[in-house]
Design a protein around this ligand. Structure first.
Ligand SMILES: [Zn+2]
Length: 51
């Protein structure tokens, strides 16, 4: 399972393979995800709200 650490609440949560967005299930913060390696997601930043 691929996981990232939430930058807001510091808990780890799983990310679906290849997803470009993920939401922390604990604090609901949404992040943009990149994949430096196929099995290693990394948080790029917050998802900006669309206008
Ligand atoms: Zn969180």
């Amino acid at each position: 399972m691929s996981e990232v650490r939430c930058l807001n609440c510091l808990k780890r949560f799983s990310v679906n393979a290849g997803a470009d967005e993920a939401a922390c299930p604990y604090c609901k913060t949404r992040y943009r995800i990149s994949w430096p390696r196929q099995d290693q997601p990394k948080i790029r930043g917050l998802v900006e709200k669309s206008r």
